[in-house]
Design a protein around this ligand. Structure first.
Ligand code: FMN
Length: 322
């Protein structure tokens, strides 16, 4: 047993979270994560409307009686995203845990607070963590440079960023995110002051993740060198899987004479979701993966995964204590 502020606050058996994931964070996976004793988040912006999100939450409830949450990724978008409707769907459905990412959720906090929703804000720097807590978020999930998706622009690894955030925010539960994949990660994160770990890439390579088997196998076959940073020159860096498309995008973006227009089509999220995640062509578009893929060697069920992580963590704890 690993009892932490996360297990106590949320009533989950383990201090393991699965953060929001575009193209992956659907109800079936979130329910499997919940039934395994961890805390998963449905990814709101994959749904067209507040009602569609509400329906997904209801569907998930039918698959588990354990706690789960919703991720709100607050990013600027060309097409307006119905964030207020998502927020109201979350409240109406009785969800009590929200993971936010992107900008701070300042405008949504009063409604969440009034309705007893705990907000975990995921960010990538000490200064953003401090500022988000001042604005009223309850918990910080701190994403190191290793992470899949958006690591920010400061390039600080989690082994420094995590304890630096813990030191800056005494009394605030901090979750370690980025590069976490097994029981060793969990014990190390707890040693550095975290109250839990957040995993993304690790949960993509599970039986219940509704993505093509080729993608799961590609994660297993990849190592710590098989990711690429795109979007650097736009100050919107994303860590994605190394493949023909991400290498091409990164090469174009290193050329200062080229504009975003020259990578727009290559970077299209729909292309990654359709060609890669759905159809299994791992060179068919940009798809998100983290350095933690170096630590991923199998495709278990979520229950097996969580069991294995906790068993390894117990073993590590015993070894250190001996
Ligand atoms: C396929 C994929 C899609 C993701 N999409 C989102 C997203 O839409 N919103 C978000 O807040 N984080 C997103 N993430 C980041 C994860 O929630 C998590 O913070 C990250 O994966 C942690 O790093 P790790 O992959 O090393 O565990 C995504 C990650 C992956 C692997």
């Amino acid at each position: 047993m690993f009892k932490t502020a996360v297990t106590e606050m949320f009533g989950v058996e383990t201090p393991i979270l699965m953060g929001g994931m575009t193209g992956v964070g659907y109800g079936e996976l979130v329910a499997a994560v919940a039934n395994a004793g961890a805390l998963g988040f449905i990814t709101a912006h994959m749904f067209d409307s507040g009602q569609a999100l509400f329906d997904e939450i209801e569907k998930t409830r039918a698959l588990t009686d354990k706690p789960f949450g919703v991720n709100l990724t607050l990013l600027p978008s060309i097409n307006p995203i119905p964030y207020d409707d998502y927020r109201e769907a979350i409240i109406a459905s009785g969800i009590k845990i929200v993971e936010t990412a992107g900008r701070a959720p300042t405008d949504h906090l009063p409604r969440f607070k009034d309705n007893g929703v705990t907000v975990i804000h995921k960010c990538t720097s000490v200064r953003h963590s401090v500022s988000a807590v001042k604005k009223g978020v309850d918990i910080i999930s701190i994403d190191g440079f290793e992470c899949a998706g958006h690591p920010g622009e400061d390039d600080v690894g989690l082994v420094v960023l995590l304890p630096a955030t813990v030191d800056a925010l005494p009394g605030v539960p901090i979750i370690a995110s980025g590069g976490m994949a097994d029981g060793r990660s969990l014990v190390a994160a707890l040693a550095l002051g975290a109250a839990g770990v957040n995993m993304g890439t690790r949960f993509c390579a599970t039986v219940e993740a509704k993505i093509h088997q080729n993608v799961k196998q590609k994660i297993v076959d990849s190592n710590e060198l098989d990711t690429v940073l795109v979007g650097r020159t736009l100050r919107n860096t994303a860590r994605v899987a190394r493949n023909a498309v991400s290498e091409e995008v990164a090469a174009i973006q290193r050329d200062p004479t080229k504009s975003f227009e020259e990578v727009r089509e290559l970077m299209a999220g729909k292309r990654g979701r359709d060609n890669v995640l759905r159809d299994g062509d791992t060179d068919g578009g940009i798809w998100t993966s983290g350095q933690s893929q170096a630590l991923i060697h199998d495709i278990p069920t979520c229950a097996e995964l969580v069991r294995n992580i906790m068993a390894q963590a117990e073993g590590v704890r015993a070894r250190i204590a001996a």
